[in-house]
Design a protein around this ligand. Structure first.
Ligand code: GRF
Length: 200
């Protein structure tokens, strides 16, 4: 696949387990030239709405069969993406995959890490009663939501918001920023010093 400049575009693979709204936004952004990459495949670990989106968008998809870790490793080895994008993938990647794809896997999390890692982060945040929350985009390491932070965006929680309102505000800033940050990761220079990510 080539971009308007005629240069070969990097290929990415998206991993999801659920609704797939970030996946869809990534595909749209790639077609709009906001994300200079093409989505080679969607990989899911179960039947989920993301697959319906892939069908609609004409993106190849694969559901991981057991043993999922071995199959994922094999699949990535075959597809050889330039970058692996986690977008609501609800499994912890095994250390051998993280090692093999070191600094080539990115994740988005719906809180300001290191606060509220893990599942149901938006609900956790809401119920805790914090006044500021946001999103974190980070390089994936072997921990859960612990990798070097690439990008964060904060929002203030208005006390009139219910949980659904907060969820939609969070998804809005995810959709706005994830494709742009992936584009920068693919096309700009950066390094990781210790646990600090920095653009060069
Ligand atoms: C997003 O909130 C993302 O931050 C988290 O899982 C959710 C996925 O949403 N990791 P969707 O499937 O992209 O709609």
């Amino acid at each position: 696949m080539h971009g308007v400049s005629g240069r070969k575009l990097p290929g990415i693979v998206v991993l999801a387990s659920g609704n797939g709204s970030n996946f869809q936004r990534i595909v749209e952004a790639s077609r709009q030239g906001i994300l200079r990459a093409y989505v080679k495949m969607l990989i899911v670990d179960k039947d989920c709405y993301a697959v319906e989106r892939a069908k609609r968008l004409g993106i190849p998809f694969k559901k991981l069969e057991k043993p999922w870790r071995e199959n994922l490793k094999k699949l990535l080895g075959e597809i050889k993406p330039d970058f692996v994008v986690l977008a609501g993938f609800m499994r912890i990647l095994p250390p051998d995959i993280v090692k093999e794809w070191a600094n080539k896997i990115v994740n988005i999390h719906p809180s300001l890490l290191p606060s509220f890692p893990g599942k149901d982060a938006i609900k956790q945040t809401y119920e805790y009663g914090v006044k500021v929350t946001g999103i974190t985009i980070h390089i994936v390491d072997e921990g859960v939501d612990t990798g070097p932070i690439v990008f964060q965006r904060a929002i203030e929680i208005d006390q009139s918001w219910d949980l659904e309102t907060l969820e939609s505000k969070i998804h809005e800033i995810e959709h706005e920023n994830y494709p742009k940050v992936i584009d920068r990761l693919l096309h700009e220079k950066w390094r990781i010093e210790g646990r600090k990510f920095e653009w060069i």
